[in-house]
Design a protein around this ligand. Structure first.
Ligand code: BTN
Length: 239
C-alpha cells in the first residue's frame, strides 16, 4: 500500500513510528518534509511542493543489507528514466547525478529486520533555490530538462512506479541473492569508475564496484576496498 501525507517531519521517521501498522513493500510519500534527514547525520532540505520524499519498508530477511542503498539507487534511477527519459548516473554509493549535479539522495536505515529506503528526488526546484541555499552541486529534474511543470503529478507517478519496483515480487532476487545479479548494471551506471577519487584515508583510481557493493580503488599502497563514508571524485562537485 502507498500512503500519501500532505506534510510530515520525515518519511523515514514516519515509517519507524508506524512499523506495527505497515507491511513488507508498503510505502509513504509527501512533498513537504519539515525535518528531512540525510546521510552522515546531515539535514535534507525541503522545498514545499517541489520535491518527492518517499520511503519504502522492506520487511524480509535480506542476504546483503549493506548493499541495499546501491540497489535502491538503481531502482530510483530506473524510475526517473521511465518517467522522464533522463538517465541519471550513480555516484557511489547511492547519490544520483545528472550532468554532474545531485538530483537524488538516499538514506537507508534498519530497525531489527525492518529495512527502510528513503529517497529524496528534486523535481521542480529552480536554479535560485540551489543558489540561495548554498547548494551549488544540486539540480532538479526540471533544470535537467524534464517535464516537471506539474510536480504533484510527477511525484505521484514516481512514487507509484517505485512502489512497484520495491514490491515483494520485484525485490525477491535482491533479498535472496544479494547484490550479485545487479552488480554489472550498477557498474555501468557508476560515475566513479576510472576517475581519481578521494576517501577517508587515501585516494586512487576507482576501478569497479564488487559484488557486495564495495568500491575498489587502485592506490599507491595497492588495491583497497572502500566500505562507507564520503568519496569525492576529481572533476565532480568542483573537486
Ligand atoms: C542524502 O543524500 O544525504 C540522503 C538524503 C535522503 C533524503 C530522503 S527524503 C525521504 C526520506 N526521508 C528522510 O528524512 N530522508 C530520506
Amino acid at each position: 500500500m502507498l500512503h500519501y501525507l500532505s506534510e510530515t517531519d520525515s518519511t523515514n521517521t514516519w515509517v519507524k513510528q508506524h512499523l506495527n501498522q505497515l507491511q513488507d513493500g508498503d510505502g509513504v510519500y509527501t512533498q513537504n518534509q519539515t525535518a528531512g534527514r540525510g546521510r552522515l547525520g546531515r539535514q535534507w532540505k525541503n522545498m514545499p511542493g517541489c520535491g518527492l520524499y518517499y520511503t519504502v519498508l522492506l520487511r524480509r530477511p535480506m542476504k546483503d543489507p549493506a548493499a541495499l542503498p546501491l540497489y535502491a539507487s538503481l531502482a530510483a534511477a530506473g524510475a526517473i528514466r521511465q518517467l522522464t527519459g533522463i538517465m541519471p548516473q550513480i555516484k557511489w554509493p547511492n547519490d544520483l547525478l545528472i550532468n554532474g549535479k545531485k538530483v537524488t539522495g538516499i538514506l537507508c536505515e534498519s530497525v531489527g529486520e525492518n529495512y527502510l529506503c528513503g529517497i529524496g528526488i528534486n523535481l521542480a526546484h529552480p536554479q535560485s533555490y540551489f543558489q540561495q541555499n548554498d547548494l551549488p552541486h544540486g539540480t532538479s529534474l526540471l533544470l535537467a530538462g524534464a517535464d516537471a511543470a506539474q510536480p504533484a503529478r510527477l511525484a505521484k507517478q514516481l512514487a507509484e512506479y517505485m512502489q512497484q519496483l520495491f514490491s515483494p515480487a520485484q525485490t525477491k532476487a535482491f533479498c535472496e541473492q544479494g547484490f550479485v545479479p545487479f552488480c554489472e548494471m550498477y557498474n555501468q551506471q557508476c560515475i566513479n569508475l576510472g576517475k581519481q577519487v578521494f576517501f577517508e584515508g587515501g585516494n586512487g583510481v576507482a576501478e569497479r564496484v564488487d559484488e557486495h557493493g564495495h568500491l575498489l580503488v587502485r592506490t599507491e599502497r595497492g588495491n583497497l576496498q572502500v566500505f562507507t563514508g564520503e568519496v569525492s571524485i576529481q572533476g565532480i562537485y568542483g573537486c
